[in-house]
Design a protein around this ligand. Structure first.
Ligand code: GLC
Length: 737
């Protein structure tokens, strides 16, 4: 439709029709009997509200969606099509690694390809919008939603945000294989006090703008069609009713002109925040802030009609929101083809097809991070007898907490993969123990963590594991979090593995010290016990449907782990939030050799994380030469080329990720000790060496200066190039006036 036709449609709609477009209902409300029970009743929503709703959350399946769409449009006074939305976070049915694991790949382009694959499956199933990418900057592993982010680095998150957005949306939102992207959660949701989900966020204006906004901006610049509000406050005003944030910053400064949707129930929750005096006040404030769609709080359908008829809310605000929603439907091509890509035959053909599984496996392989490998423990050797022990040795649920449609039954477990990919190897398997301690019970999204084993069964499991370990040359322990321990509303005050798994680790390593640990988790954990007892540690995150084959290929050396940590693993929970790009402070502490008491340090733990951002080993070793600069001064218009020579010092071909960090030595505000500004992956044959060069440009030196402008300042800068954020391989250059 032309824009003028949309405006004509808008003006022909009744007030209730217009208000209906702003209401998102969940699929359960579409059930015949939903009028009488559950959220409908709680929300005070009528059947008429449902019949006029503009969008739907959580319905999927080509035939079902086509049926609903057809019936809805027939009954709708202007036959306006619905938009169907769902959280397709790390895959639709073919599940690839959680976003934090994708961040570890340092391959945004791979995440883009995965997003495109997910869109192809979801669009065939009739969906139009995904609530992804989540681009919240995260620095606190206590917050369970770190698993949905790509990590602690501002610049890297922006690269992933734009790649995912483009992957979902492709070149044509009306296409049969694309999804509209919804970047979330705007804004600053990843920094709750105490790492406790939904808690208050306290950020200075500068920190907010320099660290928390850029990744959202990258997604907006990549064309994200929607933005989702966050549950938290920004400057002590809930984001969802924060007019300055949404109209002045998001729409004004950042140039977002798409649809703004609230998070689940978030408009209504502004009453609980103590901001809105009641639901009517919440409705008014949200509309004035420019929130177009009310996701499941029911406040808009319940309150807007009266507010507009009594004149306390301008109908122009409603019209503006309706027009943005109609424009989104138009961009999706729904007026011409309300069924878009919904196609049951195609749905069956593309979902879990070999090509998609292969991509999911590649994404998993690229996400693994080797944290320790004493004595080249890994890769395993064919002649070794290896016992795979632990709750993840043969576990289907490796999909993470946001894979709504992922079916664990589709997953290839580590044991199943070994039987096909390593048939000639001497592998044995034993579970050893459940994931969780007996007294721990977690529920979420209709699932329950209860693994009901009798005491006898637990003992038998344990004994079998111990005997299996005793008989083997080496052990691979497969441990981790329960998937209900990570994701939304899963904040943890203790970052260790479940007690029962810690006991298994100690018992097994006391029986057979030649033990490696593979970890399945959705957040950085306190790995001191693992580090002290294991010869090797491989971080596997929640690797998805093809996690098993990816792991067997990696453990047997068919492929090399090349991931690098996207988020620091703290020494212990007392360190968090911990991140590499901290400020120096006036009393910097360089480490244990610095015995001065009055420094910025702890009495009982180190300042450095156990494993830092950017860190990861491979199956080979490399040397990196000193940094070389082609000049020592640059002007604003100039550039400097910084280079190192990288050499494979091992007898096996390998890959390294060479990282470029910059530090503004003195500026009008304090600057981080270093910031990632680029990286290059190099694959070298044994003995081969290669020059790796980075071009440094003035715009890489910009920040929010003391007067609030986004600019660089003349002075000295340190260039650091190395294999992780802990590199001190540096040279200095000067930016001249
Ligand atoms: C949840 C999450 C959000 C998600 C939405 C719809 O509460 O905060 O990330 O997209 O509801 O499921």
């Amino acid at each position: 439709m032309q824009h003028t036709e949309l405006e004509a449609l808008l003006h022909d709609m009744s007030l209730n029709e217009k208000i209906g477009q702003l209401f998102q209902i969940s699929g359960q409300l579409l059930a015949e009997d939903s009028a009488a029970m559950g959220p409908m009743q709680d929300m005070g929503v009528t059947r008429e509200d449902i019949s006029l709703a503009g969008t739907v959350l959580g319905v999927y399946g080509a035939e079902k969606i086509k049926k609903i769409q057809k019936e809805y449009m027939e009954h709708h006074p202007h036959h306006i099509p619905l938009i169907f939305m769902l959280d397709v976070i790390n895959g639709y049915r073919t599940v690839y690694p959680i976003p934090l694991a994708q961040g570890a790949s340092f391959r945004p382009e791979l995440s883009g390809a995965c997003a495109k694959m997910a869109a192809r499956e979801a669009a065939a199933a009739g969906l139009h919008v995904t609530f992804s990418p989540m681009t919240d900057l995260v620095r606190d592993a206590r917050w369970g939603r770190v698993m949905e982010s790509t990590g602690e680095d501002v610049w890297l998150n922006g690269r992933f945000a734009e790649a995912m957005t483009r992957g979902y949306q492709g070149d044509d939102l009306a296409g049969d294989e694309t999804l509209a992207a919804c970047v979330k959660h705007f804004a600053g949701y990843g920094a709750p006090d105490g790492g406790r989900d939904y808690n208050t966020v306290q950020l200075t204006e500068r920190t907010f703008r320099e660290y928390y906004l850029p990744a959202y901006q990258a997604a907006v610049d990549a064309g994200a069609a929607l933005v989702m509000t966050s549950f938290n406050t920004v400057n002590d005003i809930p984001a969802t009713v924060n007019k300055t944030l949404m109209r002045d910053i998001l729409r004004g400064e950042m140039g977002f002109d798409g649809v703004l949707i609230s998070d689940f129930g978030a408009i209504g929750e502004t009453v609980a925040h103590g901001l809105s005096s009641d639901r009517a006040d919440a409705a008014r404030r949200a509309l004035e802030a420019g929130v177009d769609i009310d996701m499941m709080s029911g406040v808009y359908p319940e309150k807007l009609e009266h507010l507009i008829r009594e004149g306390s809310v301008k109908e122009e605000l409603l019209d503006e929101a309706v027009l943005r929603i109609l424009e989104l439907k138009n961009k999706l091509g729904l007026f011409e083809n309300p069924f878009k890509g919904a196609d049951a035959e195609k749905e069956n053909r593309v979902i879990l097809c070999g090509e998609n599984r292969a991509l999911a496996q590649e994404a998993a392989e690229r996400s693994f991070v080797l944290l320790k490998n004493d004595g080249d423990f890994l890769p395993l050797k064919r002649q070794e007898t290896v016992a795979f022990i632990g709750p993840y040795a043969d576990r289907k649920q490796m999909l993470g907490g946001w894979s709504f449609l992922g079916d664990p039954a589709d997953t290839v477990t580590v044991k199943e993969a070994a039987e096909t990919l390593a048939a000639g190897w001497n592998f044995t398997f034993a579970k050893g123990c459940p994931v969780l301690d007996p007294e721990t019970r977690l529920v979420g999204f209709g699932k329950d963590s209860q693994e009901s084993y009798t005491e006898q069964e637990r003992e038998a499991m344990w004994k079998e594991a111990c005997e299996t370990a005793r008989q083997a040359d080496k052990v691979v322990l497969l441990l981790g979090e329960h998937y209900l321990q990570t994701g939304e509303a899963t904040s943890r005050g203790v970052l260790e593995l479940p007690e029962v798994q810690q006991k298994l680790l100690k018992e097994i390593t006391s029986i057979n010290p030649k033990t490696a640990v593979v970890l399945f988790n959705g957040r950085p954990l306190d790995l001191r016990l693992v580090r002290d007892n294991a010869c090797a540690i491989l971080e596997a995150w929640m690797p998805g449907t093809e996690g098993g084959p990816a792991l067997i290929r990696t453990l047997t050396g068919a492929c090399e782990p090349t991931g690098r940590l996207p988020m620091s693993f703290p020494y212990c929970v007392g360190q968090v939030p911990v991140h590499y790009d901290e400020f120096p402070t006036g009393r910097p502490y360089s480490g244990a050799e610095d015995t001065n008491r009055f420094l910025s340090k702890y009495l009982d733990i180190p300042n450095k994380p156990l494993y830092p951002f950017g860190y990861g080993l491979g199956y080979t070793t490399f040397s990196v030469s000193e940094v070389r600069l082609d000049r020592e001064e640059m002007t604003r218009e100039g550039t400097i080329t910084a280079s190192v020579t990288v050499k494979n010092t091992c007898s096996r071909t390998g890959t390294d990720v060479i990282q470029l960090y910059l530090h503004d030595v003195a500026a009008s505000v304090v600057r981080p000790v270093k910031q990632l500004k680029g990286y290059q992956r190099v694959t070298l044959e044994p003995g081969e060496e290669k020059e790796v060069s980075f071009e440094i440009r003035e715009e890489m030196l910009r920040f929010y200066t003391a007067d609030g402008s986004w600019d660089s300042e003349p002075g000295s800068f340190e260039v650091m190039i190395g294999e992780s954020s802990e590199t001190e391989n540096k040279k200095v250059f000067v930016l001249k006036k």
